[in-house]
Ligand binder design. Sequence first.
Ligand code: F6R
Length: 605
Amino acid sequence: MCGIIGYTGKNRACEILIDGLRRLEYRGYDSAGVSILDGGEISTVKTKGRIDALAEKLKDAQHMGTTGIGHTRWATHGAPNDTNAHPHMSKDGRFAIVHNGIIENYELLREKLTKRGFEFQSETDSEVVVNLLDYYYNGDFKEAVMKVITRLEGSFALGIVCADYPGKLFAVKSMSPLIIGVGVGENYFASDVTAFIGHTKNIIHLDDGQFAEITPNEINVYDPLGRRVEPKYSKVTWDAEAAEKGGYDHFMLKEIMEQPRALEATINPRVKNGKVSPEGLDGLCLEKFRRIVITACGSAYHAGVVGKYVIEELCRIPTETALASEFRYSDPIVDKDTLVIAISQSGETADTLAAMREAKKRGAPVLAIVNVVGSSVATLADYVLYTWAGPEIAVATTKGYTTQVAMLSVFAVWAASRLGTITPEREAELTHALCELPERVQRAIDLSSNISRIAHANYKHSSLFFIGRNIDYACCLEASLKLKEISYIHSEAYAAGELKHGTIALISPEQLVIAIACYEGLREKTMSNIQQVKARGANVLGVAREGDRTIVAEADDVIFVPNTEPLFMAIPEIIPMQLFAYYVAKENGCDIDKPKNLAKSVTVE
Ligand code: F6R
């Protein structure tokens, strides 16, 4: 998704903007550009393609300006080309803007502006913003910005410079991510702290509708009516190193390896004196909920599928999962007696946000499980549990997913204890198992030394199946998505008992079937399903708990996973599946951290 950055200070803006844009690359983009304000003039350089191409274009130009804005664009309106790339400039060169989001009423605005003699160079929705600024400007930058914002509908984070105001930036946030970085004699804004974390860790969160006037020494935050509001300062705990690869070939591998630490960060602060007690849930009256609905997208949704099994088993509250993109349009039956749990790593997923709004409109309280502090999901929710997994850069989520499952498990144990649906002995057992998870995951990593060999033996398959039951089935959903998105190999996740109802027709000799048989309660049943596909000639890769020798006799190859509490098995068992996807993608020469057609943060519908 698009990334924006702005800088004003004493250093050359050009290098700082390019560096910041590189750090935003993970969001996915197809063109990039910068505008530098210098000596009362704005100079804009932009290009289709990678940031390296932009840096090349900028190489010979002497851009000495110390104020500027930059953008990486992921095309939504109009093809990825030089003209549609941001920044967009007004015809007289007075304004330049960068935009992330979608201006929903841009066609109407474009029509009106065209009638007033404005010309449009690009096919983008964003260009209306710069022409509106030109239209409303009468010498007062702030007033023009305010007038423009009130005309825009949709989601937008904007960065704006004006040639008449050296050293000044305006940053606007409305349902798209935008954070301000507070430095000394220099200030920043960006879609994500990663862009400026090497320069400052002090940040200001803007609420939706707010905008900021930024100079090197001053930041004023305003509400939509232009009244000054107190800025919300905070400090990020990540450092630049944490946002870089740390010696691994890919961010994805680094993030897989970071999972023990990430899980510690999620679980440990929530266990006090041997009891699970997550913060921020005061006032959440569990007794009144007749149902729980978990809503999310992609892997976060798969975390929700695991959560459903765990919550129902421990709390005995009927729990459903709903894809956020479907839930938002399903006229959902939720009310004040339904707890809606929204899950999101980025906290900026448009469908998840829309599902949350829909739930809230109907009176349901929303609990968010989210990684990014101060994100839109966190801001919109009534209750928030942060996963604290740290920045996730690879497009394919790994630690984001496992920490979501861990947070749901923490919630389930806490809720079950409050509701009295588990005994104190069982609570102690589960709490102990939660605390052991980081070590179990480290063991899962250690046991995975054979995965690159297994990936090498299997990377040429064009299609494969994952089968499992209960929590193992939820794990299959995530394992299959991981493989598809980074290796481009088709796979399907099947509830093992469902295979015989049709899909088994596709099992032919040499077909690879990955059978996850870790969930203790249904292990024997899954073993029968392994025999069924073996009988049709399939090549079976079994995934089983350490010590399970019987599977060795049935499967062609086996991956072992350390044992843990059966309800939490989804966490260690996904580790070898993440690594399998990683090594298969590597064997196939895929762009692992930035798979084609994908973006890290899906901020449009
Ligand atoms: C897959 C993946 C996506 C995300 C989904 C939701 O590896 O990362 O499926 O899980 O787009 O994103 P968040 O969790 O940011 O709401």
